[in-house]
Design a protein around this ligand. Structure first.
Ligand SMILES: [Zn+2]
Length: 279
């Protein structure tokens, strides 16, 4: 049984590998090596999360991270000055992201739809939601989705002390590691409100900052059709779509996905999850 799952996940990864992490605007495209500090490709970074600390029970890790033998160096990410806003890949690939969950009312329906079309997405979860719904984190892992850190309680980071920001981020990564089986490699600031501390701490914790290209504005409950239209009008190679699977009534978000996902696939888009170059 587990063997089948592993096989499935590796296959998923091979598909997902077509999306390489990249950045919009001044941050430029991420190419292999671009995100390594000058002269620093070898050796572990101080304060980077240690691979050896991973739990033996997290059997899912190998296929998720692996092409060939695991890298000896721990994850290291640059301290950016702006978040990534798009993800370039080969061909017409797009990334779907769902924030603020997991929520047992909506997240399972979103996972069902993604599974029906055999595509993977990113879920930026909040620790205070994730801690009560570890089963959903485990399902995301089993089905090949990528879980990112969206803080513990969804605060406006720009109003918090560095110490509070660190706590919000660290506690959430801990909960994700427990439920998902791996520490998150991506971070998204609530409300898209970034500051220097968020970039620095995210880097320390081994996470890349990911924003989005297209906001569906689903959190305003504008109607299913409006959400579908925003996705359709914003669709382009490398685009990152922002939606929500929690934080209010997300019925429209669930319904919209059922409509726009097959449309995107029919239009020739590959829905992928990013893979960091140095993993
Ligand atoms: Zn949010």
């Amino acid at each position: 049984m587990k063997k089948d799952q592993l096989f499935t996940r590796r296959r998923i990864l091979l598909v997902g590998a077509t999306a390489a992490a990249g950045a919009a605007g001044a941050a430029g495209l991420l190419a292999p090596g671009d995100d390594e500090p000058a002269g620093g490709a070898a050796g572990p970074a101080a304060g980077a999360p240690a691979r050896s600390a991973r739990k033996a029970s997290a059997y899912r890790l190998q296929p998720l991270t692996g092409y060939g033998p695991p890298s000896a160096a721990p994850d290291r990410v640059p301290v950016r000055r702006e978040p990534l806003m798009s993800l370039s890949g080969r061909g017409r690939s797009m990334v779907l992201t769902f924030d603020d969950g997991p929520d047992p009312r909506y997240t399972p329906q979103i996972l069902d739809t993604l599974g029906r079309y055999d595509v993977r997405a990113m879920f930026f979860v909040c620790g205070e939601m994730a801690v009560d719904h570890q089963d959903l984190l485990a399902r995301m892992a089993d089905e090949g989705h990528v879980v990112g850190n969206h803080t513990w309680s969804h605060p406006l980071l720009t109003t918090l002390s560095r110490r509070r920001i660190r706590s919000e981020m660290t506690r959430t990564s801990d909960v994700i590691e427990t439920g998902y089986g791996e520490r998150p490699r991506w971070f998204r600031a609530p409300y898209g409100a970034w500051n220097r501390a968020a970039f620095q701490l995210g880097s320390e914790l081994g996470m890349e900052p990911l924003a989005w290209t297209v906001d569906t504005l689903d959190w305003t409950t504008p109607g299913t059709r409006s959400i579908v239209d925003r996705v359709r009008e914003g669709a382009a190679p490398g685009v990152v779509i922002l939606s929500h699977d929690a934080g209010g009534d997300r019925t429209q978000s669930v319904k919209a996905l059922r409509r726009y996902l097959p449309q995107l696939l029919d239009s020739g888009y590959q829905i992928t999850v990013p893979r960091r170059q140095h993993t």
